[in-house]
Design a protein around this ligand. Structure first.
Ligand SMILES: *[C@@H]1O[C@H](CO)[C@@H](O)[C@H](O)[C@H]1NC(C)=O
Ligand SMILES: *[C@@H]1O[C@H](CO)[C@@H](O)[C@H](O)[C@H]1NC(C)=O
Ligand SMILES: *[C@@H]1O[C@H](CO)[C@@H](O)[C@H](O)[C@H]1NC(C)=O
Ligand SMILES: *[C@@H]1O[C@H](CO)[C@@H](O)[C@H](O)[C@H]1NC(C)=O
Ligand SMILES: *[C@@H]1O[C@H](CO)[C@@H](O)[C@H](O)[C@H]1NC(C)=O
Length: 485
């Protein structure tokens, strides 16, 4: 008998509305607010016929204490906020604003006909290492706290939850704390009610990984996890197995080397099984430790080759996922190259064999050393524009102590910030966050801009302060995408 539905695996009722998924963009909900659901989990709910996203609600200027937010969507691109599914309670022993409520997951139980939320429950010094449990008769909540317990007597830090679509059983994944004794990741089975854990199914030994998630194909299970580098992104790895109990393969790196998983951390996956295709999405976080509340989301299709036992993330600046058919298409844009841009002040074009036409725009600094792309075609409507850049700080920028950068004795900064000005309108300066890449690694980051209709637009890029300097990253090219319908 099916204990619970494998939500997230079923077909949505309505068609895609022509909205795009844009990894790393500032995602706005239907009220125009930033989508605030970090380390989120997303799944399809049969009762409501919608996708639901749960995540950590981050209050501006705070690290923790915001509770769990909830959003719904019919197309995975348009999100409506339903407020907090689990609100912190002043003075509560486990969910006070001073507590840690991280990586929330929700599963429907047909046994109790209610929704069960599980998360990493802790105090502010990570001294409790528990799993929280709350329930609600409706998916959006509010959820009522039930308890916070040690999973089978063990520690639990970064928390994941996976439901097997073949038998409906759910499993918890949890890294076993940060201490030397805690380098394992556990995979444990819930009871049929998805309320309490009943057995450890597998232990990933001594890899010292976190942020675990599982994605399932017809034949395989793939477990994704990141290394432990705090809010700095690193190389996410995957393991493969035929059975959850193993044997599991050796881990491998799932994104191009030196991209630090396109500047993201794993967290969850979502499988869309449509009428003509199945798309597996990586649901990752682009954390911003300087302002956690505006951290971005990196959702990308995964290319899975079960013959080779291989899984890779596929980068697309902008893509269109049809939740009905399960197909996605990369959206084509128009490219404008650095070699055709105009430089001002100390900005200049430098030889770079890895860049387009062998040239990169560098020395972008403050508001007088800028580069300007011109002759850009626009539509008069908001359009996503991707900026392909290189940031060679090696996370060793600034002089503050601590951290563990790619440079001995250095410290780290996650990002530079550039200013982006359309058609010389200095009243409206857009801020472009440019993550550290590596030398010779070009990554892209998007902004939504409104260009005039016609082919006479300019885009000027300068440097803004990231708290240490006014340096903008080096630019290779920009790509302008068509507006959403
Ligand atoms: C968190 O809990 C641990 C274990 O009970 C305790 O030692 C530690 O002092 C607590 N931290 C805070 C900030 O209350
Ligand atoms: C946690 O709460 C559930 C639901 O109230 C209950 O069945 C379970 O026994 C509790 N677990 C512990 C360890 O208290
Ligand atoms: C809990 O973790 C510790 C340390 O990794 C380990 O020695 C112990 O066997 C674990 N307990 C269970 C019930 O798995
Ligand atoms: C240019 O940047 C300087 C700081 O480097 C600042 O004082 C000045 O106001 C800026 N000018 C404009 C027009 O933004
Ligand atoms: C293009 O825009 C500039 C100002 O940004 C203006 O001076 C020029 O006349 C425009 N050219 C055309 C063909 O519209």
């Amino acid at each position: 008998m099916r204990g619970q539905h494998a939500w997230g695996l079923l077909l949505a009722a309505s068609a895609a509305a022509g909205k795009y998924i844009v990894p790393g963009g500032r995602w706005r909900d239907t009220d125009g607010e930033l989508v605030n659901a970090h380390a989120g989990s997303v799944g399809f709910d049969e009762a409501s016929g919608k996708y639901w996203l749960f995540g950590e609600y981050k209050v501006e200027g705070q690290t923790e204490g915001g509770g769990v937010s909830v959003y719904s969507s019919e197309d995975l691109a348009t999100w409506e906020s339903h407020g907090l599914a689990l609100a912190p309670i002043e003075g509560h022993p486990y969910i006070a604003p001073s507590h840690i409520i991280q990586r929330p997951k929700v599963v429907y139980s047909s046994i109790s006909n209610e929704y069960h939320m599980h998360w990493h429950a802790d105090n502010s010094s990570y001294g409790l290492l528990l799993q929280g449990y709350a329930t609600s008769p409706t998916i959006q909540g509010p959820y009522t706290f039930a308890n916070a317990t040690s999973p089978l007597g063990n520690w639990s830090q970064d928390f994941g939850l996976f439901t097997d679509y073949k038998d409906g059983r759910s499993y918890a994944l949890y890294s076993n704390g940060d201490s030397a004794q805690g380098r394992d990741v556990y995979l444990s089975r819930y009871d049929e009610d998805a309320a309490q854990l009943e057995a450890v199914v597998h232990r990933f030994p001594k890899y010292d990984l976190e942020a675990p998630a599982i994605v399932q194909t017809e034949r395989s299970y793939y477990a994704l996890m990141s290394h432990k580098t705090g809010y700095r992104p690193n190389n996410v790895v995957a393991f493969r197995a035929d059975s959850l109990a193993g044997p599991w393969s050796q881990p491998w790196i799932v994104a191009p080397l030196n991209t630090r998983t396109f500047s993201s951390q794993s967290g969850n996956t979502l499988t869309v099984r449509g009428s003509s295709a199945t798309t597996h999405l990586y649901i990752g976080d682009q954390w911003d430790s300087n302002s956690l509340w505006e951290s971005r989301y990196i959702w990308l299709p995964m290319a899975i080759d079960d013959e080779r036992g291989d899984l890779r993330l596929e980068w697309h600046d902008v893509y269109d996922l049809d939740v009905k058919t399960g197909e996605y298409t990369a959206v084509d844009g128009q490219t404008y190259y650095g070699k055709d841009a105009e430089t001002a002040g100390d900005a200049y074009k430098q030889e770079a064999n890895f860049a387009s036409d062998g040239v990169i725009l560098t020395g972008i600094y403050g508001n007088d050393s800028t580069v300007t792309f011109s002759g850009i075609e626009g539509t008069g409507k908001p359009q996503w524009v991707s900026f392909y850049y290189q940031n060679t700080d090696d996370m060793g920028f600034g002089d503050q102590p601590g951290g563990s950068p790619d440079r001995i004795g250095g410290s780290w900064q996650l990002r530079r910030i550039s200013s982006v000005i359309v058609n010389g309108d200095t009243e409206h300066v857009e801020t472009l966050f440019q993550r550290d890449t590596h030398k010779g690694i070009l990554l892209s980051t998007p902004l939504q801009l409104t260009l005039k209709e016609g082919a006479n637009n300019t885009i000027t890029v300068g440097g803004l302060s990231n708290g240490f300097d006014f340096k903008g990253a080096d630019l290779d090219r920009i790509v302008v995408y068509p507006p959403e319908e």
